[in-house]
Ligand binder design. Structure first.
Ligand code: ARG
Length: 565
């Protein structure tokens, strides 16, 4: 139950010129809990009613019918204060969590509808950089959040596996290819070829034509071109999959740009048929109006580009998945690209263009700033993850050397720390990796939340109680520390919904940090394993609820929740 909405509903019976939502937006939380749980500042009505706020408060109070979950209403100065029936609130929150378990927090908003999430999408033979890591982590979390809310999430890895650069790569391979280097360190060897041919263009402008010719052969289905291309893709995929494995991320489809090769012709024809295709300097474009550069569809040599493939992919996805939303996750450098081709879809007459969403995120750097450079390949990404795991390993060795499954825990916490850090701030903010901050067990970090979860598990284990359901007396959980925990838990379903509506996993990150902080205060203030069976049972119920919500929250971020740390 959303208590604020309930209060707003009851209040709306007395204020006919404001909607429930408007009243909800005006309701405040009093600084002093003694005053009540919600306060309505009556000065907000003073202008409309032409009355002094204290008068308004008195008027509203008169004949106010108090109903659950409200226990008491008072007028204090210009405020109308509402006190909830706290025992009832505690009961309904904890009962809901205990009953729903790992499903607590879901409102089943999706009803089985499809949502496509396009994330990660590294480029073959180019670095899988921390930006791709970020896309992977955000996309994976959104995938889980939508699924949790009852949607059928469809995760697509739109690999950059097509385009003129593959012609360049084949040309480079024909000049300097070294099969052994390619088998040993595929991504490095591919990148070396790519970098080298571009570096030599000044002296050998003819390489450009060679590359173009190879790409043309590839598009025309030439066997040799296809063989090499396929080999390069497979080599890269082995490496990418290793990273996905470490991160615990998977996709429903690996349909990269090449997948649309045989589907673009029909789409270009459709654009033309709709009179949208205009010749411009030998190329074919769709004009987007005064303020925006046109969207190129076919280059001067007749080749398609990134945007042509995105348009084709969107049409394909709409037809095959009939999505309610199709969400693209890349950094903000691609804002214009998405804006442009979304508009093309709209101009083609497809209203569902409005269901395409580009969710862009900020840039990532490390304190050394190194990972963004040309050298920032998958090997450095490995470094990042392995360093994180290694650092956690040494912390465990120091603090808890006898821990079982040490390696698994170190992996869960090391990777979790990176993911959590990545999802800590609004996604459009730039982020800087900072090891100490990221791995600390005390700050607002993944390890802190995981550790709190493990602490809750440990209390439950130590209690030796299996079934305390009938020992719960909710009125024993009305102390401030317990109520603070309950309040955070009560808000969890709304936060998950908002994280979904705004495509913003960081809302969940922040919420579980609060749950963990409040729980640790409770743990400190309220002894749990006490003699009094009712008190013990009630506090254990709270611990169980916290453990459940933390585990769900971490899972929605794509992070494991070890039971022991
Ligand atoms: N491969 C692109 C890149 O690395 C990202 C692709 C994003 N998805 C898309 N449908 N355009 O920048």
């Amino acid at each position: 139950m959303d208590y604020k909405v309930e209060v707003a509903k009851q209040l709306s019976m007395k204020i006919d010129f404001l909607s429930v939502e408007e009243i909800e937006a005006i309701l405040e939380t009093p600084k002093d809990r003694e005053l009540g749980d919600y306060a309505f500042p009556c000065f907000r009505l003073a202008k409309t009613l032409r009355k002094a706020p204290p008068m308004i408060a008195q008027d509203l109070l008169k004949d106010f019918i108090v109903e659950a979950p409200i226990a008491k209403v008072d007028a204090v100065g210009g405020y109308l204060n509402f006190t909830l029936d706290k025992t009832g609130v505690v009961k309904s929150v904890l009962e809901a969590i205990i009953e729903k378990g790992a499903r607590y927090g879901s409102k089943d908003l999706g009803q089985g509808k499809n949502v496509v999430i396009d994330y990660s999408a590294p480029n073959i033979a180019k670095p899988f950089h921390v930006g791709h890591l970020r896309s992977t982590v955000i996309g994976n979390s959104l995938y889980k959040i939508y699924r949790f809310e009852g949607y059928n999430s469809i995760g697509i890895n739109h690999l950059g596996d097509w385009g003129k650069q593959f012609g360049m790569l084949i040309a480079a391979y024909k000049h300097w290819g070294d099969d052994k280097a390619l088998e040993d360190e595929p991504l490095k060897a591919l990148l070396d070829l790519y970098v080298r041919i571009h570096a030599e263009l000044d002296e050998h402008p003819e390489y450009e034509d060679e590359g173009r010719a190879w790409f043309k052969s590839l598009e025309d289905g030439d066997k040799e071109a296809e063989r090499l291309w396929k080999w390069f893709v497979d080599l890269s995929l082995v490496e990418f999959n290793r990273i996905y494995d470490i991160l615990g991320v998977s996709f429903d489809h690996f349909t990269g740009e090449s997948f649309y090769n045989d589907k673009m012709e029909a789409v270009v024809a459709e654009i033309k048929e709709k009179n949208l295709l205009v010749e411009s300097d030998g190329a074919y474009v769709v004009e987007l109006g005064e303020d925006e550069p046109p969207c190129i569809i076919l280059k001067r040599d007749g080749a398609t580009i990134y945007a042509t493939r995105d348009i084709t992919a969107a049409l394909y996805r709409k037809k095959n998945y009939d999505f309610e939303k199709c969400i693209y996750i890349t950094d903000y450098a691609q804002d214009l690209h998405f804006k442009q081709w979304f508009k093309v879809i709209k101009l083609m007459g497809y209203e569902w263009a409005d269901d395409l969403m580009h969710e862009s995120f900020g840039r990532v750097s490390t304190e050394q700033g190194k990972l963004q450079t040309r050298k920032g390949n998958v090997i450095l990404l490995d470094d990042l993850l392995n360093q994180s795991i290694g650092k956690v390993q040494s912390i465990i060795d120091e603090r808890n050397p006898d821990l079982e499954n040490k390696e698994d825990v170190a992996k869960a916490v090391g990777i979790g720390a990176v993911i959590f850090h990545d999802l800590s701030n609004n996604k459009n903010r730039d982020i800087v990796f900072n090891w100490d901050r990221m791995l600390s067990f005390e700050g607002e970090t993944g390890p802190y939340v995981q550790y709190t979860h493990a602490r809750a598990c440990s209390v439950i284990r130590k209690s030796g109680v299996n079934d305390y359901a009938d020992q719960i007396d909710y009125s024993l959980l009305l102390d401030p520390a317990s109520l603070d925990v309950i309040q955070e838990l009560a808000e969890f379903p709304d936060v998950v919904e908002q994280a979904m509506v705004r495509n913003e996993p960081s809302l969940i990150t922040r919420k579980i940090i609060l749950v963990a902080q409040r729980f640790n205060k409770f743990y400190h203030d309220c002894p749990i394993l006490v003699e009094d069976q009712a008190l013990k049972g009630s506090r254990l119920a709270l611990v169980l609820a916290v453990k459940t919500v933390l585990a769900t929250g971490l899972d929605l971020l794509g992070i494991k929740a070890p039971e022991k740390m």
